[in-house]
Unconditional design. Structure first.
Length: 171
């Protein structure tokens, strides 16, 4: 299902995306890294601002989980961000906020007040193999859990970029 994007994307007005999970050390930094990698591969890096955050403050300032980094790097994707906590100001900073699961979606929406143009959606809305489902937390799932999450996020990011690309105004 096509997602309703409400504006054009340009270098002067890049599309701002924030990926959100609980601690910002596994799923959301992986999604951030994958999406950044995809836009850079296509020469579209200046059309997007990409970030990630956690609804909890458990790991603020930390690098992504070592296994997340290792799995991503095995696919050629560096994870360079540091964990930060999502806050209500993010509704004014981003066009699209993507929650990794229903619990984090609820936590994000609980912070929303007033009017905002930010759209909040589930990440797997863009996964053609699991639309609407949660991105599972790989933290306790061993290496296979991290590989599965990488695959889910790679598919979802590819479809997200596919749907955003027609809105890019190139010179």
């Amino acid at each position: 299902m096509e997602f309703p994007f409400y504006r054009s994307i340009s270098k002067e007005n890049p599309y701002r995306i924030c990926f959100v999970c609980l601690g910002n050390i596994c799923r959301s930094p992986t999604a951030e890294g994958i999406f950044q990698h995809k836009v850079k591969e296509r020469g579209l890096g200046s059309y997007f601002y990409v970030d990630s955050a956690g609804t909890g403050a458990y790991h603020v300032g930390e690098k992504a989980n070592a296994t997340s980094r290792s799995v991503a790097e095995s696919h050629g994707v560096p994870l360079l961000s540091r964990a930060r906590q999502f806050d209500s100001d993010d509704f004014n900073e981003f066009d699209l906020i993507l929650a990794m699961d229903a619990s984090n979606y609820a936590n994000i929406m609980a912070l929303k007040s007033g009017t905002t143009t930010a759209q909040v959606e589930m990440m797997r809305r863009f996964d053609l193999q699991g639309t609407g489902e949660d991105v599972p937390d790989p933290y306790y799932g061993g290496l296979n859990g991290f590989e599965d999450v990488f695959s889910i996020l790679e598919r979802s990011s590819e479809e997200l970029l596919h749907q955003l690309t027609p809105h890019i105004l190139t010179e």
